[in-house]
Design a protein around this ligand. Structure first.
Ligand code: MD3
Ligand code: FE
Length: 203
């Protein structure tokens, strides 16, 4: 089913489920090539969400700030290439939400263990806000907070389950958003974690 969250924001419930057989082995290989790590915020704290990336550009954070970079700062190598099953899923989900020909150059992989949350923020590190953002939820369920254009705007709570795909673009692209603390549990496929894939046109 295709549920509207905003004028140009859609939840595609279970959209990734038919592709799990290819998606999860590709994710495993990526996590071996560029392991998840807790990046440092500009304020000097370790992020509670563990992150890594694939694609031409990866999202990085350190004392100097947030940005996209061509190389993994841990290995010094280019980020792993985006697997075709990732790019195809993002493109097809974007098309199902009305965004044609989405060609992401970056996929951020976020891991939440129980108790981990993501506070309300906007995604403004990308060069071009015309492209949508596609997000794929894996593992433990979570409650996504979909806010407005001011931090103080009331946020709608959207439950996200394994295999759900969400697409945001256009007038909804700069909305504040976040994730409530993930509840303890063990997912039959993914174990005691939630992994989110976020596809962007960053460069
Ligand atoms: C809604 N990640 O990495 S993905 C992030 O579940 C991030 O890991 C969350 O927010 C996660 O920055 C949510 C989805 C997302 C990304 C960008 C958005 C939702 C958005 C931009 C506008 C509105
Ligand atoms: Fe975000």
């Amino acid at each position: 089913t295709r549920l509207p969250m905003g004028e140009q924001a859609w939840l595609l419930h279970g959209f990734a489920l038919p592709r799990m057989g290819d998606l999860l082995p590709a994710l495993d290989a990526l996590l071996r090539a560029a392991p998840l790590r807790h990046m440092t915020t500009p304020g000097g704290l370790a992020m509670s969400v563990a992150t890594t990336s694939c694609g031409v550009l990866g999202w990085v954070s350190d004392r100097r700030g947030y940005r996209y970079a061509a190389r993994d700062p841990v290995s010094g190598n280019d980020w792993p290439a985006m697997p075709p099953v990732f790019a195809g899923l993002a493109r097809d989900a974007a098309a199902a939400a009305g965004f044609d020909a989405f060609a992401p150059d970056s996929c951020l992989i976020n891991r939440y263990v129980p108790g981990t949350r993501l506070t309300l923020h906007q995604d403004r590190d990308e060069r071009d806000f015309a492209a949508p953002i596609v997000s794929v939820s894996l593992g433990l369920p979570a409650v996504f907070l979909f806010g407005g254009h001011a931090r103080s705007d009331k946020a709608v709570h959207v439950p996200l389950a394994h295999g759900d795909v969400a697409v945001w673009g256009g007038v909804d692209r700069l909305r504040f958003h976040g994730v409530l603390p993930v509840k303890p549990g063990c997912h039959p496929v993914m174990g005691a974690q939630r992994i989110n894939l976020t596809f962007r046109r960053a460069g």
